[in-house]
Design a protein around this ligand. Structure first.
Ligand SMILES: Nc1ncnc2c1ncn2[C@@H]1O[C@H](COP(=O)(O)OP(=O)(O)OP(=O)(O)O)[C@@H](O)[C@H]1O
Length: 321
């Protein structure tokens, strides 16, 4: 690997959560959102950072931008400790949160860019050049005079990506950049990111629930679950794991020991619900018939391999290793 641009060494983030449990009673609980994570990302890499809801992805990104301070471990971005030198780092990173906008809601798009030009003290020529390029590649020409609140989600997202890039960041963090977008808008955003990475060598860390984002953009993927790094490697390895099995979700009348229905195997149990993995090429019908005959079945559904299934399989493999 080349020069490490992002470095995490046993990074932790523990939240202290207080919950009201009675009139004057409060319960204190620790949430270990990020639990001893270590990884390095080289300059120019484009890495997927994925995991189920609540896995710790946003918390990691917030620590990488300096918004949150780690509870333990060591973290560096471009040699900078983000929480100590947040404003110095801000000039070198760009952030896009798919669910929130950094644009001024009531102003025309171009006015947000002009404000950023001043805020980041971007040299005039550089600003013009970056803006022109973003406008061309993200197809923003007709949108510049439109107030942000009138933009569609896909248009707003493209506007946000441009805003994150006007100051030439060396690294871009993207949190769900294609969430809620239609197929055409997704393709535009992905095409742009691919070009940005290959032309400018921008390092990209991409958080998403959409495995296609990863498939089309990242050769390396990291999977996080319960604050821990479960997988770090080429997409091919993850893809194989995900493609090879489907998941049958079974709701039973009550909590029971794991269902026995080889070759399917239980990969997760939550109360009366059980998840069974079975070969993707096989029909679900005989399996369903067998379970229906032998267990008090209430409901069931078949899920195609998704990130959660891939992670469930990893757990199973680790448990039997
Ligand atoms: N400010 C906070 N105070 C207390 N707990 C928090 C806080 N922020 C996050 N958490 C908890 O930390 C865990 C990780 O949350 P995080 O938002 O990082 O997950 P995520 O992987 O980004 O999930 P999602 O895909 O749903 O956005 C969750 O259990 C969450 O409830």
């Amino acid at each position: 690997m080349g020069e490490a641009f992002i470095e995490l060494d046993r990074v932790e983030k523990v939240f202290d959560v207080r919950r009201k449990t009675g009139f004057l009673k409060r319960e204190r609980r620790e949430v270990r959102a990020v639990d001893s994570i270590s990884f390095r990302v080289a300059r120019g890499e484009m890495v997927g950072y994925i995991g189920p809801n609540g896995a710790g992805k946003s918390t990691t990104i917030k620590m990488l931008t300096g918004i949150l301070t780690p509870s333990g471990g060591r973290l560096r971005v471009a040699g900078i400790d983000p929480s100590r030198e947040r404003s110095r780092l801000a000039h070198r990173i760009g952030v896009v949160f798919g669910q929130r906008t950094t644009l001024w809601w009531d102003l025309p798009l171009i006015d947000s860019y002009k404000l950023m030009h001043r805020m980041y003290r971007i040299p005039d020529a550089r600003y013009r050049e970056n803006l022109d390029r973003c406008v061309e590649l993200l197809e923003l020409a007709d949108l510049l005079d439109v107030p942000v609140r009138q933009l569609s989600l896909g248009q707003r997202m493209r506007g946000d990506i441009a805003a994150a890039l006007l100051h030439d960041p060396e690294v871009l963090y993207l949190d769900e950049p294609t969430i809620g977008l239609d197929v055409i808008s997704k393709a535009k955003v992905r095409g742009f990111l691919r070009e940005l990475n290959s032309e400018n060598g921008t390092t990209v860390l991409l958080t998403t629930h959409d495995l296609q984002d990863i498939e089309q953009l990242c050769s390396r993927v990291m999977v996080i679950d319960h604050g821990r790094l479960m997988y770090d490697g080429p997409l091919a390895g993850l893809h194989e794991a995900g493609e090879s099995e489907r998941i049958l979700v079974v709701d039973l009348e009550r909590e029971l020991p794991p269902i026995e229905a080889a070759p399917a195997r239980v990969v997760k149990v939550e109360g009366p619900r059980q998840w069974l993995a079975f070969p993707a090429g096989a029909s679900a019908a005989p399996l369903v018939a067998r379970i229906a005959a032998e267990y008090p079945l209430v409901d069931l559904s078949v899920r195609e391999p998704d990130i959660e299934a891939v992670i469930a399989k990893m757990y199973a493999e680790r448990a039997t290793a």
